[in-house]
Design a protein around this ligand. Structure first.
Ligand code: ARG
Length: 585
């Protein structure tokens, strides 16, 4: 079903045409939510923007519009205010009809898109043999949520993990592997290398202190690139080890991803350079092959180059992204490619796309988007570090969230005099811990830095996962006491709105559609978080002011149905954030 805003837009479109002629078709009515509920629910600002074109004052224009505006089924009679705003207030009968329709719909009134796109979400993308750090955690959480929203809308989504599994560091790693586990290169058994990050550090020390080791590493890169079997095997062992460590994190966070690392595009790199050469864009500069960029300059004001092949013949991160871009467009048939990385990579993507555009590799109907995000800060406002100043291991961080959630829960159980099974406690701790971490990240506007605080994210108060989960649990409690099958409520109940708190909740429930539409376009999951937070608040106000279980007949059923719809909206909304609900907590 169309959202209220969509319905109103269509009505304004008709009115504008009726009032001022066909050429008005498609004019944006500039509908916004009313700034103050006193003035109604929506405000239309279009009259002010038409004064020049129509050579009239905005109030007169607004009058002409509402003379033609047929919204009697949706709103009370529109009112003109100030210089020429048109204020609209939704009718309770309209809200009731809409809600009763949503109530019987599994998708809660959110239509699937008519024209599904092929979307690639490139996210998480850690680097082999290096630490998966909090930046990757942000990418993982944000990328997963974006993918979930697009999937729900019926887009065809390919979730790609562009892992850094290729590059000169493998020369050093394989050389070290040969030194410490020579048997690994000949036996068929998988190898447990233990902590790969520690392994990396030790390899790096060897590399820095020993010239012979350094030379061997250089040769090893060449061998690997040439496809020597034992080098390939060593490389495979290192990748497999990392993969296992990453998978622990993905399992904890319930993340599905398809690995297609940098190495996948390796065979395609020479062709990228060759084709760039054909377009005439390629230049040689001190032995390196590059394309000079527009809008990127050094301190002297000279154009910066994007190097696609180094003087030693090696390729760069950017070359791989050029190859990946071509593959995704030509082979995967992508219509929209979304890259979720820290804001620090904005220039990298702008440069790659500039070169690809100039080469004619990005057709007009393909959209490439960078979804940047800020840093994760500690409570001291500096980059998140452990007490001893080291980078925080994701595994430790997630474990701590779960442990703290367990402690909070055990304390609460004690206070409430409840006893619960070990299985119950483990499950709640796990869900609350992981939800808290995800939600704390998603609820921030991703472009800003965010402060990582276990205390804040696990609090039952405020814009947190526990607060939302608790609202859901509260409703489930009502349901159990109501002794009424909510499924039955869904088909038979009729929502009747009387109290102000009911109307407020009802209006909010009907905005889910608009919110999801915004997330689809702007790729900002925090909009959905804000919506769900306000939903919980409005539900709590409703529940404080309107008796549900003690109400009589029709009102009781109606209010139970409002509870049901709130719970289902919370559950759906949270699932799009990658958060699962609890029946009790
Ligand atoms: N591996 C990179 C990093 O850790 C992120 C890759 C992002 N995706 C891409 N297509 N460049 O920073």
């Amino acid at each position: 079903m169309p959202s209220t805003v969509q319905e109103l837009r269509a009505k304004f479109d008709q009115a504008l045409i009726a009032a001022f002629g066909e050429e008005m078709a498609g004019t944006d009515p500039m509908l916004v939510p009313a700034s103050n509920p006193k003035f109604g629910d929506y405000q239309c600002n279009v009259a002010m923007s038409l004064t020049k074109a129509l050579k009239n004052n905005p109030r007169a224009i607004a009058t002409q519009i509402i003379e033609q505006l047929d919204v009697s089924e949706i709103c009370e009679p529109p009112e003109i205010a100030g210089p020429g705003f048109i204020n609209l207030r939704l009718k309770p009968e309209y809200l009731e009809t809409e809600l009763n329709t949503v109530l019987t719909d599994e998708r809660l009134g959110i239509p699937k898109v008519d024209d599904p796109q092929n979307v690639i979400v490139d996210f998480s993308s850690p680097n082999i043999a290096k630490e998966m750090h909090v930046g990757h955690l942000r990418s993982t959480i944000i990328g997963d949520s974006i993918a979930r929203v697009l999937e729900f809308l019926n887009h065809e989504v390919l979730r790609l993990n562009h892992v850094g599994d290729w590059g000169t560091q493998f020369g050093m790693l394989i050389t070290y592997l040969r030194e410490v586990y020579p048997e690994a290169l000949t036996t068929a058994d998988a190898l447990d290398l233990g902590d790969l990050v520690a392994f990396y550090r030790k390899a790096k020390i060897r590399f820095d202190e020993d010239e012979e080791f350094k030379e061997a590493s250089r040769k090893e890169v060449v061998k690997l690139q040439a496809g020597a079997e034992d080098s390939r095997r060593a490389w495979g062992i290192l990748c497999e080890q990392s993969r296992r460590e990453f998978q622990v994190i993905y399992d904890l966070l319930d993340i599905k991803l398809e690995e297609r690392g940098e190495s996948f595009y390796n065979p395609l790199l020479p062709k990228v350079v060759e084709d760039l050469d054909k377009t005439g864009l390629l230049e040689e500069n001190q032995g390196a092959k590059c394309v000079f960029l527009e809008g990127f300059q050094n301190k002297e004001g000279e154009a910066l180059p994007l190097i696609v092949q180094k003087s030693d013949g090696g390729y760069n991160y950017a070359t791989t992204d050029l190859a990946a871009l071509r593959y995704r467009i030509n082979k995967d048939g992508a219509d929209r490619i979304i890259y979720v990385t820290d804001a620090g990579q904005a220039n990298h993507f702008a440069q790659v796309w500039q070169v690809a555009r100039k080469a004619g590799w990005i057709p007009d109907n393909v959209e490439v988007v960078h979804v940047p995000f800020g840093l994760v800060l500690g409570e001291d406002g500096k980059k998140l570090k452990t007490r001893s100043g080291e980078t925080v291991r994701l595994r430790d961080l997630l474990d701590e969230a779960i442990n703290r959630a367990r402690k909070d829960l055990e304390m609460r159980l004690k206070e409430e005099g409840r006893t619960e099974s070990e299985a119950f406690i483990n499950n709640v701790a796990q869900v609350v811990g992981m939800s808290a971490v995800k939600y704390a990240d998603l609820s921030q506007n991703r472009t800003s830095n965010y402060v990582f605080s276990f205390d804040k994210m696990l609090s039952l108060q405020g814009n947190t996962a526990p607060y939302l989960l608790y609202a859901y649990v509260r409703i489930q409690g009502i349901r159990r006491k109501g002794e009424i099958d909510f499924k039955q409520v869904g088909t038979e109940a009729k929502i009747k709105l009387q109290e102000e708190a009911e109307l407020t909740l009802a209006k909010h429930l009907l905005q889910l559609n608009e919110v999801i539409e915004t997330v689809e376009k702007e790729l900002l999951p925090n909009r959905l978080c804000q919506y769900l937070f306000e939903l919980s608040q409005k539900f709590n106000q409703f529940y404080d002011q309107c008796p549900v279980l003690k109400a009589e007949d029709v009102q009781r059923i109606s209010r139970l149905a409002l509870c049901d719809l709130t719970a289902r909206t919370l559950k759906l909304g949270l699932s799009l954030l990658g958060i699962s609900v609890l029946e009790r907590m």
